[in-house]
Ligand binder design. Structure first.
Ligand code: OGA
Ligand code: MN
Length: 222
């Protein structure tokens, strides 16, 4: 029995439509309180268990070994969801609800979803990147969910987002990775970066892809 029975996980309609509106107009959007706290805690304890069992990519092989798989752009370890636990299934069910809301508002034709746990060690970071290149028929909308309670500004690890690929000015926003907070971004449009974390930082990052050709999808009004 879990505290987050899959059918108990439903999205608040108003908060969801505010979030998706913001995604449409701004290219990214932040929401707190959409994920049930018990689910966030369950996902964090699952991720802690995976870390302790050495089941993250790059984890457990010496102190820093393997944590630099992407060269110098990222220092973090991941594990793909396999949908094998109630917490993962509840999260995937909520992601599915978000997909429906996004498709209704943005006509993106989002289809499948993939996601991974991501654990940053102390000093972990993720340099500025786009999750997908335009036209690559690839990831279209990104979802990040944060899991660490009591994250303070001094803990670092802010997610900085810019408003367009060619925007190299000051970031549009610096988002503190508070437990339960989620961020949506247009994967082809919004460069982002994770600043070095001063304590271990735990998140889920996921992406919706379109089904078939990207020519079938309408671009949002931007
Ligand atoms: C990613 C990513 C952001 C974060 O995994 O692609 O950008 O805040 N993660 O961890
Ligand atoms: Mn990213």
């Amino acid at each position: 029995m879990s505290a987050f029975a899959e059918d108990a996980a439903t999205l608040d309609d108003e908060a969801t439509s505010r979030l998706v509106d913001r995604l449409a107009t701004q290219g990214f959007a932040v929401a707190d309180g959409l994920l049930p706290p018990a689910l966030v805690a369950g996902l964090l304890s699952e991720l802690h268990g995976l870390e302790q069992a050495g089941l993250l990519s790059g984890a457990g092989v010496g102190r820093d070994a393997g944590l630099r798989r992407d060269g110098d752009i990222r220092r973090a370890a991941i594990r793909w969801f396999d949908g094998g636990t109630a917490a993962e299934r509840a999260f995937l069910a909520l992601a599915d609800g978000l997909k429906t809301a996004i498709n209704r508002r943005l006509f993106l034709g989002l289809f499948d979803f993939e996601c991974n746990f991501i654990a940053y060690p102390v000093g972990g970071f993720y340099g500025r990147h786009l999750d997908s290149l335009a036209g690559a028929k690839n990831r279209v909308v990104s979802l990040v969910a944060y899991l660490d309670p009591d994250w303070s500004a001094e803990d670092g690890g802010f997610l900085r987002v810019w408003s367009a690929p060619d925007d190299h000015g000051a970031p549009a926003e610096a988002i503190q990775p508070m437990a339960g907070r989620i961020v949506l971004m247009l994967s082809e449009e919004i460069p982002h970066e994770v600043l070095p974390a001063h304590r271990p930082r735990h998140a889920i990052a996921g992406w919706w892809r379109v089904n078939g050709s990207s020519a079938n999808r309408l671009d949002p009004a931007r």
